[in-house]
Design a protein around this ligand. Structure first.
Ligand code: PEP
Length: 251
């Protein structure tokens, strides 16, 4: 089964509205209306509305970096699924390691967010990945299995197929360290096997698994050529149109 590649840019806590619109415009101008890869950009909440206007009618889609599971109410600082939908968001990153490390994200909150996002018609990008200590101590498989099964607890096969999984080894995020193509592919095969256990062979052959962790133009081609690497979740290299575009459209 051939899976269409999916490249998403995670802009993290970067860009003012002006910066974001400029960056989005540069990407849209280069990409146009059709591509052979799916593309999403995920600016901060404050820029979603304006960026949504810039990418309208292009092949670039909009993602958010997080969401809250409640629908509305007294949750100061949080943003709901319907709020994201109302500004044209399609994808939402859930369970990013920075959320897990710094903002008390747990497998349980990831699951609540995935459940709420799917119910609202958003498409989750579910992040999983081990820390360096977990890899060194041999706990990597246990951690990834726990995170993956935790994220999909109670999610139907039909809904699970709307998700993307991002394998993001924490030690490779923003560090300049990249998993080797083989390390990445082995982890992706492991995750796909977990998914097979949950939803069967056919679903597992369809689910897209992105690699994230210092992916850049210099290493993207080889990573993306691996059998089970179906795209990338790009942090630093997505903040410059030229480098993001060289990953989306390798020379
Ligand atoms: C990320 O934040 O999802 C990420 C992969 O960051 P970077 O590409 O900067 O390592």
């Amino acid at each position: 089964m051939s899976r269409k590649k999916f490249i998403a840019g995670n802009w993290k806590m970067n860009t003012t509205v002006d910066d974001a619109c400029r960056l989005a415009q540069e990407i849209v101008t280069a990409v146009g209306k059709a591509t052979d890869v799916d593309i999403a950009i995920c600016p901060p909440y404050t820029n979603l509305s304006e960026v949504s206007k810039v990418i309208k009618e292009s092949a670039v889609t909009l993602g958010a970096q997080d969401v809250h599971w409640e629908t509305s109410g007294a949750y100061t600082g949080k943003v709901s699924c319907s709020m994201l939908k109302s500004v044209g968001v399609t994808y939402v990153i859930i369970g990013h390691s920075e959320q897990r490390q710094y903002f008390h994200e747990t497998d349980e909150t990831v699951n609540k967010k995935v459940t709420a996002a799917l119910a609202a018609g958003l498409l989750p990008i579910v992040c999983v990945g081990e820390t360096l200590d977990e890899r060194k101590s041999g706990a990597m498989d246990t951690v990834i299995e726990r995170q993956t099964k935790g994220a999909f607890r109670g999610i139907s096969r039909e809904d699970a197929l709307k998700c993307t999984i991002a394998y993001e080894p924490v030690w490779a995020i923003g560090t300049g360290e990249t998993a080797t193509p083989k390390q990445a592919n082995d982890a992706h095969i492991f995750i796909r096997n977990i998914y097979t256990g949950l939803y069967g062979d056919q679903a597992a052959s369809q689910i897209r698994i992105q690699y994230g962790g210092s992916m850049k133009p210099e290493n993207a081609k080889e990573l993306l050529a691996q059998s089970d690497v179906d795209g990338g979740l790009i942090g630093g290299a997505s903040l410059k149109a030229a480098s993001f575009l060289r990953i989306v459209q390798p020379a």
